[in-house]
Write a protein that binds this ligand. Sequence first.
Ligand SMILES: NC(=O)c1ccc[n+]([C@@H]2O[C@H](COP(=O)([O-])OP(=O)(O)OC[C@H]3O[C@@H](n4cnc5c(N)ncnc54)[C@H](O)[C@@H]3O)[C@@H](O)[C@H]2O)c1
Length: 399
Amino acid sequence: MPVLPGTGGEISPDQRGHVPVLVNGPRLGPRLRGVTTVTNVFGSPHKGTGPRHEQVVFCQDEATGLRAIIAIYSTALGPALGGTRFYPYDSEDAALADVLNLSRAMAYKNALAGLDLGGGKAVIIGDPATDKSEALLRAYGRFVQSLNGRYYTACDVGTYSEDMDVIARECSFVTGRTIAHGGAGDSSILTAFGVFQGMRASAEAAWGEPTLRGRRVGVEGIGKVGHRLVEHLLEDGADVVICDVNDTAVERMRAKHPEVAVVADRDALIAADIDVYAPCALGGSLDDRMASALGAKIVCGGANNQLAHVGIEKQLADRGILYAPDYVVNSGGVIQVADEIEGFDFDRAKARATGIFETTRRIFAMAAAEGVPPAAAADRLAEQRMSEVGRLRGLWLGS
Ligand SMILES: NC(=O)c1ccc[n+]([C@@H]2O[C@H](COP(=O)([O-])OP(=O)(O)OC[C@H]3O[C@@H](n4cnc5c(N)ncnc54)[C@H](O)[C@@H]3O)[C@@H](O)[C@H]2O)c1
């Protein structure tokens, strides 16, 4: 019977094959007090025809308070790469659901980024502001190391390059490290560059020329990615209008670029007669209301999971709005950190991120030819690469 790491107790799957977890987790002590079904890991009802999660690992170290879940969706193209999210989830169910979704998304993102990497992700349950410690991160590093290279970690919400350096003291499979430790540094540099490439391809599909010159682009969120995207857009000759909930970020932008227009919020941005809407804040900004109010011709931004639900992609297509799939155009960041595995070279990573232009173009062409929304075409292309290239590992190379 399987044993949850660190619990010292045995568990058994229930008769439907669901994955059982500890109720209330490690704070109850070493004895299992109860087991409940949280989700159907082995048969997640995902869209698409790709493989299901290969491996989901629960990691616990009671002394440091570490409770982590590492999910490996696919290693068809190589070791799974994806960040570690440190977040105060309301429940273990929520953490598990998040890591399952995020790891699948990484497999698709890495496949379309042309990387020889599969998709995985990890979550650490807790508040990074109060629960993060050297010992906890190093305990986590030992669990990642125990996977022997099947999973490479990186930064995500709640974790930073400095944390990766700490994890790397126990583990060889870490990217997103500080420049001082040979890392790629801030991945938003190539994320923004890649979004700009995707937007150029979108402009070409919509207006015939791969440029934003003379177009009005609305950027929602001018954080690490958004403010860099604004720089690319201004350089290309676009008119830019922004909104951000952080007044300091807005003032900083205005001080540097007084020509950038500012509006109060997302509603005002959507109403600002924009040609392109670039969501660069949080996910889910395109819900039914926004999708029906949007006057822009193109949606292309850095935020993850921009569509509130899958039906939005059809709504946008029906209204003649071109949606550049988020995980395709925002893959510059993972391209940047993945390059660390070879020994980081910024120019090489940038050259690869330039390819986002061609990939986006190919997705639009495929979507038009097959009469499907670009998001569906992107999923199909990613699955095709995972299947075609992944299959080659079955060719025997001799001993
Ligand atoms: N940083 C990367 O390399 C990277 C890579 C891939 C995807 N992403 C995604 O891109 C998005 C932005 O990432 P980031 O690194 O720039 O984060 P960030 O935290 O630096 O910036 C986000 C900005 O959005 C603003 N914001 C939040 N809610 C808002 C709202 N309702 N309206 C307007 N502005 C709002 C914040 O004030 C902040 O300035 C996220 O969805 C992230 O997951 C980032």
